[in-house]
Design a protein around this ligand. Structure first.
Ligand code: C5P
Length: 409
């Protein structure tokens, strides 16, 4: 669990950092690092003047993404255009915001990338002014600030003190940690902020020979829906997926696997960075004892396959130290609750989510599900609903139970 309250608010957030051309731009490099250390995904827009003070290469290396420079560059627009950037952002912070950029923002100019994105975004916008103290004090700058503040743009700073130009007064940009704290405070905290969640989903495929395999009907939909809901709730989410045809939810890191052995290996790799594990995968219980190197030819009327038990992945998780909060699923066709209760104890799960896969229209390949949540706190049945909606409800219940075990310091 990430205990730092700034990280809790910033984890998984998409921060667009605009850098205008002022000497304080050197502090923007530190700001990128701070925001990323707190778990935010940061992309950078620089004005041309900013590139005179700090190189795009520095910001690219620190942010992990190419820097956006031009409004009218077809290649950059094709990769991620100004409207997409504006949509991508959860927050736009312009640091440093020079007197010129503040003026252009107040005017609503769209003749270069940074102010165009500021116009196009629906995300909150913050500015951290930085300029010579006389420019700051000038009535034109103050009028621009009032205009921006009246439009809901958050003004952070500036601080007072000695300036790069040798003068003393108000106009220094706030320090990076201070800006990061103020940016964090602009976000509400969410249910799973900063929690590292690992989810398994889909079926596994156990090879018989190079062209055949044993598998099951799991679609992966429940696990993918939970991954989307967990990421939306602020969790750093890793989704370990068997072979399914589903798009990766936004803000989710996906690891594709084929067999139960692959899935176990991926889970073991992820475990050291896991606070909360949710096993929705329908892991094949058995695999062929031997995988034929060549396609098995049809000859005899009958063919027997010797099968070997697969490892129980979720039981490995509950044996790990430290042990994540662990949630399993139980798909049953009869005596659903009794089996699920036993399974919860046998696998030492914190919570199990039981569903009756014998009922037509719910469970495995369908888009809807009806489940019962079983934990040490009791049992709660949820009526049939679309898996997407159910995922949000389940993430609520899981986050509640998780936070009871891991109260915030
Ligand atoms: O034993 P059963 O397959 O019914 O248990 C279901 C739960 O155990 C699910 O959460 C499933 O993801 C997990 N499981 C596992 N590894 C297995 C079998 C099941 O992680 N080999």
């Amino acid at each position: 669990m990430v205990a730092n309250p700034v990280s809790q608010r910033l984890s998984n957030r998409r921060i667009l950092l605009g850098i205008a051309g002022g000497i304080a731009a050197y502090k923007s490099a530190e700001l990128v690092r701070r925001l990323r250390d707190h778990g935010a995904d940061v992309r950078v827009i620089m004005t041309r003047a900013a590139t005179e003070f700090i190189t795009p290469m520095t910001l690219q290396a620190l942010s992990g993404h190419p820097v956006h420079l031009d409004l009218l560059d077809p290649a950059a627009e094709a990769a991620m255009g100004h409207i997409e950037l504006a949509r991508w952002a959860d927050l736009l912070v312009i640091a440093p915001a020079t007197a010129n950029t503040l003026s252009r923002l107040a005017e609503g100019r769209a003749d270069e990338l940074l102010t165009a994105v500021a116009l196009a975004t629906r995300a909150p916008v913050a500015v951290a002014p930085a300029m010579n103290q006389a420019m700051w004090a000038n009535a034109a700058t103050q009028a621009n600030l009032q205009t921006l503040a009246a439009r809901g743009i958050r003004v952070m700073g500036p601080a007072e003190g000695s300036q790069a130009c040798g003068e003393v007064g108000a106009g220094r940009m706030l320090e990076a940690p201070d800006i990061a704290d103020r940016v964090a405070a602009m976000f509400e905290s969410r249910l799973l902020d900063g929690v590292r969640v690992v989810i398994t989903a889909g079926p596994t495929r156990e090879a018989i020979d190079p062209v055949r395999f044993i598998s099951n009907h799991s679609s992966g939909r429940m696990g993918f829906a939970l991954a989307r809901a967990a990421a939306a709730a602020g969790a750093h989410t890793t989704l370990i997926a068997g072979p399914v045809h589903l798009p990766t939810p936004e803000r989710v890191q996906r690891v594709d696997v084929v067999s139960a052995a692959d899935m176990l290996a991926a889970v073991e790799t992820a475990l050291p960075d896991c606070d909360l594990f949710i096993g929705t995968a329908a892991v094949a219980d058995y695999r062929p004892a031997e995988v034929a190197q060549q396609k098995i030819k049809k000859q005899a009327e009958t063919l027997s396959l010797a099968l070997t038990r697969n490892p129980d992945i979720i039981s490995r998780v509950t044996q790990a130290s430290p042990r994540p909060f662990t949630v399993g699923f139980a798909a049953e066709t009869n005596d659903v609750l009794a089996y699920a209760r036993n399974k919860r104890e046998a696998k030492r799960l914190d919570m199990i989510i039981a569903n009756d896969v014998s009922v037509p229209g719910i469970g495995f390949e369908s888009t809807e599900n009806a489940v019962t949540i079983i934990s040490s706190h009791g049992e709660q049945s949820l009526d049939r609903m679309p898996k997407e909606q159910l995922a949000d409800t389940l993430i609520h219940a899981i986050a509640d139970a998780y936070s009871q075990q891991h109260p915030n310091p």
